[in-house]
Design a protein around this ligand. Structure first.
Ligand code: FE
Ligand code: FE
Ligand code: ZN
Length: 285
């Protein structure tokens, strides 16, 4: 008998008690992937990884089929800032994060492309490409994901065309993919709730679906096109439960790692993970 593949679904977890502890928490929540910040999300320096701790996480992941993981770069990282020192920090932070992630090869590193802060979208894209061309190392074990953005302020990455131009302008584009955030694309004007197939067809036409490597599952407090970026719990916002049911049942999407970034505590995440597994038709354990 062939049971449907188990979803790789999980949520953001804190690194404060170490990496192996994130794996144990994931198991407790019935999560089969998770996200974590590679350093303090507000910026600053990263702690060195403890090799024993990381080895223990890798063993847990192997034993229990957890992964691939979707690490998240700090929000403050802006590869297309107007300030040279901010760009410099962003490049050093990303290079350092990717170097540390070599101890967890085969996973993903997701980042917000950046905000061009009145320099215009063309300069923004140029600077992002320049940063990636400096930082990406051929043969590295981590695929870097550009996150689709809501288009708040001067965010680059609201339109699929912008992400396509970044990929095109980056030398080692074999190291790049896209993470689609359902709240962000809806806020950005793509009607994922009303026309999922249409949005995926547009993604395929502009970027190519082979680039789609991960999903951020968030409902939105605001209607399509609002450009606000306020996440809501699954089924409680403008996207609605049917949208997420369609996603977890979709043959092309259900195999991707899915990360919840909804306003929840761990119990709330466990409930959403169970809800998504039920919607996907997984049998109760
Ligand atoms: Fe994000
Ligand atoms: Fe996100
Ligand atoms: Zn967001």
């Amino acid at each position: 008998m062939s049971a449907p593949t188990r979803l790789a679904v999980g949520c953001h977890l804190s690194t404060s008690d170490g990496y192996a502890q994130m794996g144990r928490t994931a198991l407790r929540l019935d999560a089969s992937t998770f996200a974590f910040f590679t350093r303090n999300p507000r910026g600053g320096n990263a702690r060195a990884l403890d090799p024993d701790d990381v080895a223990e996480l890798r063993q847990l992941m192997g034993e229990h089929g957890i992964g691939p993981l979707v690490a998240h770069a700090p929000y403050t990282m802006n590869l297309c800032s107007a300030k040279p020192e901010t760009i410099d920090f962003a490049r050093r932070a990303m290079a350092g994060d990717l170097e540390r992630m070599e101890s967890l090869p085969g996973n993903y590193y997701n980042f917000h492309p950046g905000s061009h802060v009145k320099q215009g979208i063309d300069v923004g894209i140029e600077l992002i490409c320049a940063g990636l061309n400096e930082v990406l190392v051929p043969g590295q074990g981590t695929t870097v994901l550009l996150e689709t953005m809501a288009g708040k302020g001067s965010e680059v990455g609201r339109r699929f065309e912008e992400l396509a131009r970044i990929i095109e302008g980056t030398r080692h584009d074999e190291l790049l993919g896209v993470c689609l955030d359902t709240c962000h694309v809806s806020d950005g004007g793509y009607d994922v709730a009303g026309d999922l197939e249409g949005v995926l067809a547009e993604f395929d036409r502009v970027i190519g679906l082979d680039r789609l490597r991960a999903l951020h599952l968030n409902d939105s407090k605001n209607p399509c096109g609002a450009r606000k970026d306020r996440h809501e719990r699954i089924g409680q916002g403008h996207l609605g439960l049917d949208c997420f049911a369609a996603i977890v049942r979709h043959p092309l999407l259900r195999t991707l790692p899915m990360i919840l970034e909804t306003p929840n505590d761990l119990d709330g995440y466990a409930a959403e993970i169970a809800q998504l597994r039920a919607l996907a038709g997984e049998r109760e354990a």
